[in-house]
Design a protein around this ligand. Structure first.
Ligand code: CTP
Length: 398
């Protein structure tokens, strides 16, 4: 989605300007053309050369340094932009934009663009909470600007408060989401499950599995980046909750079943990438089970099959983590669970399966078509699955 897009990155005079270098670098690595526009005070914190080097693009710093080309320059940038991101945004730039003041290149560009604008504020908490700033935030939101952050946390100077520059991952997620509006899943609701559920044995111990949640999170993000409204039902993982979607955190298979039944009430598709525990202890001990130097027996009962409990009139995609006879076992599972598509992976293959960023899957549909994908990033696998989901969805409601 971001590849070949033009992102105008406005950098203003906050200490967080140094973090914008990482943002510019990540966007460039993802294939975007990043045109940085720096205010004069931003240059007190980071040099234009730094941005020029990481983006391999000229950096715009001053409105009147190329007098003859100036009037064209900001209009050209404004027109070329697919999105304008002001990160970090000071109270000053927000005040100027709220009032329509165009006395620097960044404000001129924002006023002249028809592209969506994302603002990531960074400032002292008192400044952010000040009525004047809050009024400006409200005005800009009312004009359709998307805000990301600020977060609560440690601020420059040592104090803590609301004013901290959002995490780069959160800003990147917001850019993906905004650029994905109008994608081929726009207007669709997609429910995705991720992670391995845990069944409590006692207050300290659980039965779990090795699912990292990475595949499910990649699917949720890819669906968001294609314009879908996403509900991600997540079992515990070490991953940060993605931005731009509804995230429902659950622990056990029964909780996941309830959340999925809710999430699919209105959904067009369900993609079950989670590894729900198939069994749970018959009873959870109220206090921690102590060692007594003897063998103990844990009695387990079967959990519900979540896919078996959801509406059957939505597109349903399952996963099959197999260690042998991958295609045969997955095909049997597709039929048994009455799925439209199954993504089967050989968990014994190198760089495929649990806790890695790549996956090697075979996609099998209801008609028996088998597509053996090469080793890809989980985000790319997610997009290949979503290509099939788009085909499965009824065209009339597009
Ligand atoms: N699944 C589910 N509910 C469960 C267990 C699994 O909906 N209680 C879903 C998984 O999310 C996955 C698909 O079913 O999309 C296949 O999961 P898998 O664990 O491979 O299948 P099982 O039904 O558990 O079969 P088995 O463990 O016997 O291979």
């Amino acid at each position: 989605m971001i590849r070949e897009k033009t992102i105008v990155l406005g950098v203003t005079g906050s200490i967080a300007a140094y973090k914008a270098v990482e943002l510019a670098s990540k966007l460039t690595q993802e294939g975007a053309r990043v045109n940085v526009v720096m205010t004069t005070s931003a240059q007190e914190f980071v040099t234009p050369m730094t941005f020029r080097t990481v983006t391999q693009q000229p950096v715009v710093t001053e409105m009147f340094d190329i007098a003859s080309e100036i009037s064209a320059a900001h209009i050209a940038l404004a027109e070329r932009a697919d999105v304008v991101v002001i990160a970090p945004a000071t109270a000053n730039v927000m005040a100027k934009l709220a009032c329509g003041i165009a006395d620097d290149m960044l404000c001129c560009t924002v006023l002249a663009t028809k592209a969506p604008v994302i603002v990531a504020p960074a400032m002292h908490a008192n400044m952010y909470e000040n009525h004047a700033t809050q009024e400006n935030v409200s005005k800009l939101k009312a004009r359709g600007f998307t805000f990301v952050g600020p977060a609560y946390g440690r601020l420059a100077g040592g104090a803590s408060g609301l004013g901290r520059f959002a995490e780069i991952g959160e800003i990147l997620g917001t850019i993906h989401q905004v650029l994905g509006r109008g994608g081929d899943l726009a207007g669709r609701r997609i429910a995705v499950s991720a992670g391995g559920t845990r069944e409590p044995i006692d207050p300290a111990r659980v039965i779990g599995n090795r699912s990292s949640g990475k595949m499910g999170y990649a699917i949720a993000e890819a669906a968001r980046d294609r314009g879908a409204y996403v509900v991600l039902v997540s079992a515990p993982t070490a991953l940060n909750p993605p931005v731009g979607m509804e995230v429902v955190q659950v622990e056990t298979t029964i909780q996941m079943r309830d959340a999925i039944v809710n999430a699919t009430a209105q959904a067009d598709a369900l993609i079950m990438a989670a590894a729900p525990a198939d069994f749970r202890p018959v009873a959870t001990a109220e206090s921690k089970i102590k060692r007594k130097g003897e063998t103990i027996t844990l009695e387990l009962v079967e959990n519900p099959d979540i896919l078996g409990e959801v509406r059957s009139d939505l597109a349903r995609v399952g996963f099959a983590a197999e260690s042998e006879n991958v295609v045969e076992n997955a095909t049997e599972k597709l039929k048994r669970k009455n799925l439209d598509l199954i993504a089967a992976n050989d968990i014994t293959a190198t760089d495929s399966g649990f806790d890695v960023d790549t996956n090697k899957v075979v996609l099998i549909d209801r008609d028996g078509n088998v597509e053996d994908l090469p080793l890809l990033s989980k985000y790319e696998v997610a997009n290949r699955i979503l290509d099939k989901v788009v085909e499965l969805l009824p065209k009339e409601s597009v």
